[in-house]
Design a protein around this ligand. Structure first.
Ligand SMILES: [Fe+2]
Ligand SMILES: [Fe+2]
Length: 274
């Protein structure tokens, strides 16, 4: 059995320590879990996209956790395709890679292939977007009968795989349809994401679409439209046994329920989305 923790959306920063109090309870919880692997699905920092210090401090905190971890970047870590203020670009991606290593990667368990994807490249038109996609196709084709689990920051869809553009909240339809086509043609059983600061385990066409709760803060109705899922803080525990996986939402004792809405003007002044 392989025990994997997913944590997400910690939004860490020493200069904007609004959510820093929730790091110690998360770290203590991780310590007790004795996991084989810890996956962080992005928005690790408040603003690593523009601040080297946020990225360096976030990486130091992650390295202080017991055991191996892998992280994929979120929009607040490397910017976002099409964002006029913080476009994903070479400087931002380089900063992430210097602190956290490659932004797409795979690792095999006996019966599973775990794949990390950089969803901030989706729709960017960068050469790396095409390279990541080609790598993904080859990595799926060469899975050798293993089942597949993906981890990335932005969810592929909110309500339904064939919905239209949801803007900030999910992957754009053109890229989404290419990814869903790969999911259909390979044994992709799990897609674990962050970004929404909500918990959900939704099954569509046999694949679990898991939204990992943030351990940092919740987003109120003024800054996030009504959508499925549960507004709670926490994490997710996966146990891979043979070709099965159990998926369990985890409470993290000691987290304080913080709301971004109360401090949005300080943490992400108006030029930023939520
Ligand atoms: Fe976030
Ligand atoms: Fe995000």
């Amino acid at each position: 059995m392989t025990r994997v923790l997913q944590i997400s959306d910690t939004h860490l920063s020493q200069t904007k320590p609004h959510f820093a109090a929730n790091w110690a309870p998360l770290r203590d919880w991780v310590l007790r879990q004795r996991a084989d692997l810890i996956i962080h699905t992005g928005d690790l920092t408040v603003d690593g996209a523009d601040h080297e210090d946020d990225m360096r401090e976030g990486a130091e905190l992650m390295r202080s956790l017991p055991g191996a971890f892998l992280a994929v970047p979120g929009n607040h870590d490397v910017g976002d395709a099409g964002n006029p203020h913080q476009p994903v670009n070479a400087e931002r991606l380089d900063r992430w890679r210097r602190h956290f290593g490659p932004d797409w990667w795979s690792r095999d368990l006996p019966d599973w292939r775990l794949i990390w994807l950089d969803s901030m490249l989706f729709g960017s038109g960068r050469d790396e977007e095409a390279r990541q996609f080609e790598w993904l196709r080859q990595t799926l084709a060469a899975a050798g009968g293993r089942r597949i689990a993906w981890f990335t920051h932005r969810p592929l869809f909110i309500e339904s795989p064939d919905e239209g553009d949801t803007g900030y909240w999910s992957v754009k339809p053109a890229v989404r349809s290419k990814l869903l086509d790969l999911i259909r043609r390979h044994d992709v059983a799990l897609v674990g994401t962050g970004h929404l600061h909500k918990w959900r385990d939704h099954v569509a066409a046999g694949c679990h679409y898991v939204w990992c709760a943030s351990s940092g803060f919740l987003v109120g109705p003024d800054n996030q439209p009504d959508m499925p899922g549960e507004k709670r803080l926490g994490a997710v525990i996966y146990e891979f046994h043979g070709s099965d996986v159990s998926i369990t939402p985890a409470d993290v004792p000691g987290l304080t329920t913080l709301w971004i809405d109360d401090v949005l003007h300080e943490v992400y002044p108006p030029r930023h989305a939520a």
